[in-house]
Design a protein around this ligand. Sequence first.
Ligand code: SF4
Length: 430
Amino acid sequence: MDSEVVIGKLLSSKYTKITTPETADLIVINTCCFIDEAIQETESWINRLVQIKREDSNKTLMVIGCYPQRYGKQLSSKYPEVDYWIGVNDFPFINEILTQKNRNRVFIDNPPYLYNEKTERFLSTPSHYAYLKITEGCNHQCSYCVIPSIRGKQRSRQIESVQKEALQLIDQGVKEIILIGQDIGHFGLDWSGKKELAHLLKRLDHSLPNGIWIRLLYLSPESMNQQLIETIATSEKICKYLDVPLQHTHPFILQKMNRPSNIDKTFKILNTLRKTIPGLFLRTTLIVGFPGETDAIFNQMVSTIKSFRFERLGCFVYSPQSGTPASQLPHQVEDEIKQNRYHQIMKIQKKIAHDFHRSLIGKTLEVILDQGPLSQKPRTFLGRTYGDAPDVDGQIKVIVHKNSKTVQPGDILKVTINKSSTYDLEGIYS
Ligand code: SF4
């Protein structure tokens, strides 16, 4: 999303075309650095772009986002070829920064930023879906996480601003609006003192036209309340798909993570969600190998996921981040053990996902078409069920019956599932 704002701002000034780094006058890389893998990928990209800049010193090279925000001033000497380093609150001023003659400078001092419906923005997703950021920053203080120190305290947009942007996106052809934030369940706390997500969703539900999907990304279990659950359950537009990151299921580790550790209460909420929202796909994320995770603790997590059977589950291997309390904890887990635990969790989830997908055969689900028709197969499309978020979950192959109406990407159809594999599905639209 930040990249979309950057491109929007650049296209509103003198820049006219998006092209490859080799042929561009200005190279901008947006970065991430919340885990080791992301840092390695960021640094490898910076090295590649530095090489391109060395071959043509007339180019301007700019690194924006979390990486400069986290590592700040120390970066100028590490990569002298980079012209500007711009943090997460300074990138909206990219055009002003580009007028500054002094190179190799770091801009990370602006106050917390959150865009709104008037901000220039260039949609980089396929034209039928778009992300809409409703909160930025995070008030939680998970002991392993650098995000609050990079992104700051949570701030939320006004309901009217979100509603206006959603309507603008629909005018541009968007059919699936994905509301995002680090924990959107706390939307509104900063300006009203109360959680306002249910209020926002009701407003969107009433004001957006029929035939639109609203997807919610990242809700903490403790942010759920009866009003929110009922709003999701009764809406025709809100996808019955909730991504509720738990990170662990053992109270001892959750305490060390500085997360809500009353796991019975958490699962009571999850069970209420399942009972109240028929057809719900619940997704969670777990971290394995957190300091102090013994075999017994890990096995408890294994039993929990085997019995609860999340429809969707992702897993990360814990990597200590400098400056976080968790990196100082005793009893860090050996890498080999962490990797083994990761593979164990993924193997268990593979079986759960496989069984779950088989149970969908014969059912009719709402699907949004993403691509197609495929070459050589004029009646075959690829899409996602309402239980699949883009770039995260699986796909469904949709065969359109020869007598049915013409369809195209962006259409939302009722598809009957007739085949399944572990992560993907196949179905017929007739
Ligand atoms: S809730 Fe998420 S973003 Fe916030 S501190 Fe915890 S892990 Fe980080």
